[in-house]
Design a binder for this molecule. Structure first.
Ligand SMILES: Nc1ncnc2c1ncn2[C@@H]1O[C@H](COP(=O)(O)OP(=O)(O)OP(=O)(O)O)[C@@H](O)[C@H]1O
Length: 372
């Protein structure tokens, strides 16, 4: 049995184009419509700040604060979460370079925004992800890491610790400081973290592949996913893989010093995506097929999160409906509904969402004002 998580109330202060805004929600899906530039994506971005990180735009925090505001932004939400009803307060303090994010749960300050994952899982799909299959590998790696992170909150720390260790190694090598004891220490750390990251990525791909296809999946093709590069197929106990990577780093010191960077590791891996029914790479699919593939992937992931946590995640789908014909839109709404969670959707035209009927609450966004 999957439980629902949903946002009941949302209050924004000095967030993007909103001086203040309050939204009372009744647990149904939420459709935000309005003209271009009205503030629909901004509102979704505010919801995405109820998870750790920099939100769905990966924004610089200072840019999120409303232009002209004297302090930081704040978001207050009343949420039916994974541990019952919780009041989440988050926002920024400080200015310019020193802006930091703060979090309060039921009024009590918490040490880390990572605690948000105890209460809510939020997944999103935005137009900026349209070029995911054809763009740089770094985007696909980040996408995969975000999938992992939603089920394994320790993954973020692993990745940032690996980055830090790698930067230290790169610095030593670029300065010609080939001190073996020092380098070996750093490389062992990189080996442990790099292998753990890779195994977590592989596990996520295995879990997604193992998901049973639901009968109405034909509207959204399923994707075949594989890791490419860096221990993509190598089997063996983690400790063996760590030894192998540690040795590869040690023997690659002069090569990496010449290149000015570490040439081997999880930071060079890629995510391969194939259209399972057509058996071709996603990058060769038409624009519409790529979009459908991406939606299928997000829906499969949402189902996985619901199964693994027992709670359906909150979905943020920015400008999705306009891409699909009426039949596919209806299928999309049915799939979202079957997940059992709350979805936020945006569009300029309300009629695109008419198939949702009573299943959604319709809100018009007009110049930073929300009209239910
Ligand atoms: N920090 C900020 N302070 C004030 N306004 C901002 C800030 N950041 C962005 N904006 C404004 O917010 C407005 C709305 O942006 P948003 O992306 O939410 O629009 P939208 O309704 O999703 O439009 P579209 O349909 O074109 O995607 C833009 O006009 C932008 O200039």
């Amino acid at each position: 049995m999957t439980h629902k998580t949903s946002i009941h109330r949302l209050k924004l202060t000095d967030f993007r184009n909103y001086p203040t805004a309050t939204l009372a929600l009744d647990g149904r899906h939420v459709v935000l419509t309005g003209e271009n530039g009205a503030g629909k994506t901004n509102l979704m971005e505010a919801v995405s700040f109820l998870s750790p990180g920099r939100g769905l735009r990966r924004a610089v925090l200072a840019d999120v604060v409303r232009v002209g505001a004297t302090g930081g932004f704040s978001i207050f939400a009343e949420v039916e979460g994974m541990e019952g009803v919780v009041e989440i307060g988050t926002g920024t303090e400080g200015e310019g370079e020193t802006v930091v994010r703060r979090l309060r749960l039921n009024g009590t300050p918490t040490r880390s925004v990572d605690e948000l994952t105890d209460h809510l899982r939020i997944l999103w799909l935005t137009p900026s992800m349209d070029g995911l299959f054809t763009g740089p590998a770094a985007d696909r790696r980040r996408f995969l890491d975000r999938l992992v992170l939603s089920l394994d909150p320790a993954h973020g720390r692993r990745a940032s610790d690996f980055e830090r260790a790698m930067r230290s190694r790169n610095r030593l090598l670029s300065e010609g400081r080939f001190d073996p004891a020092w380098l070996t220490g750093i490389e062992q750390q990189m080996a442990a973290l790099g292998v753990a990251m890779t195994l977590a990525r592989r596990e996520m791909l295995g879990l997604l592949a193992g998901l049973a296809r639901s009968p109405d999946d034909s509207s959204f093709p399923s994707a075949q996913l594989a890791l490419k590069g860096f221990f993509d197929k190598t089997e063996g106990p983690a400790i063996e893989l760590e030894d192998r990577y540690g040795e590869a780093l040690a023997s690659g010191r002069y090569r990496d010093a010449a290149a000015g960077r570490t040439l081997e590791g999880p930071h060079r891996a890629d995510l391969l995506v194939r259209h399972a029914d057509k058996d071709i790479e996603a990058e060769r699919c038409s624009t519409g097929e790529q979009k459908a593939l991406l939606v299928g992937l997000i829906l499969a992931h949402a189902k996985l999160v619901a199964t693994m946590t027992g709670h359906a995640p909150i979905l943020l789908l920015d400008e999705i409906a306009a891409h699909f014909d009426e039949g596919r839109r209806a299928a999309l709404f049915n799939r979202i509904d079957a997940l059992g969670g709350q979805a936020f959707m945006t569009g300029t035209d309300r009629s695109m969402f008419s198939a949702l009927g009573e299943r959604a609450q319709f809100i018009t966004v007009r110049d930073s004002v929300l009209v239910a």
